[in-house]
Design a protein around this ligand. Structure first.
Ligand SMILES: *Cc1c(COP(=O)(O)O)cnc(C)c1O
Length: 220
């Protein structure tokens, strides 16, 4: 099922667009299945859950698996920055300078340069994300941090909106991406990835489209 979905997506989505398989609230076996199907990038929202799953996945596998990129796509709490930096390869959800500075400090202490994206708010119902008009200033502040590598923007489309409203929101995000620069425009989830591709997305984040409906989040 996952393998078929993956093959279908890879046939339909242009090769330069990266697909992040979002495994939040799913067991560690979902990560293994996604990787077996061809995924190389995994997205998780909750730090504790992700740490436990990455650990059990790595222990359970017959050979060492280091060949996948771990994306943090959940809300960044500054007091968790150190653990986030230890656990993930890229943080897509930096929406305020305090979170950026906490990540910068943790990355510097770990001797890393951490790739990040700015999370934009393009939906009135979304609690997180920087307002588009404030994004260039946040980008300037984040670029001043040597241990961060700001590489573009991420946004969550308006849930339950019309196709037209979704497309308008994605165009807005694409405009901000053009201003800020970088290589990655992370737009598009299970219900709106086609609109995202039309707006120029270079990275889609897919959960239920790949794995089927998810159980309620196991919040920690
Ligand atoms: C859950 C989540 C996704 C995947 O959602 P689906 O609708 O299941 O594809 C993508 N991005 C973020 C930020 C998420 O929280």
């Amino acid at each position: 099922m996952i393998a078929e979905r993956w093959a279908q997506l890879r046939a339909e989505i242009p090769a330069h667009v990266r697909i992040v398989a979002v495994t939040k609230s799913l067991p560690a076996t979902a990560i293994a299945e996604a990787i077996a199907a061809g995924a190389t990038e995994i997205g998780e929202n909750y730090l504790q859950e992700a740490r436990a799953k990455f650990a059990s996945f790595l222990e359970g596998s017959p050979e060492p698996v280091e060949g996948f990129t771990k994306h943090f796509i959940g809300h960044v709490q500054s007091n968790k920055a150190k653990a986030i930096v230890e656990t993930f390869d890229i943080v897509q959800s930096v929406d305020r300078i305090e979170a950026g500075l906490a990540l910068a400090k943790a990355a510097a202490a770990a001797g890393k340069r951490l790739p990040i994206l700015i999370q934009l708010n393009i939906s009135p119902a979304d609690r997180f994300g920087v307002r588009p008009e404030d994004a260039p200033e946040l980008a300037r502040e984040l670029r001043a941090q040597e241990s961060l590598l700001l590489d573009g923007v991420m946004a969550i489309g308006p849930l339950g909106a019309s196709r037209a409203d979704t497309s308008r929101a994605f165009e807005l995000a694409a405009g901000v991406f053009k201003t800020i620069g970088g290589t990655t425009l992370s737009l598009g989830m299970s219900d709106d990835w086609r609109e995202a591709l039309r707006a120029g997305s270079t990275m889609v984040r897919l959960g239920s489209y790949l794995f089927g409906p998810r159980p309620a989040p196991a919040r920690v």
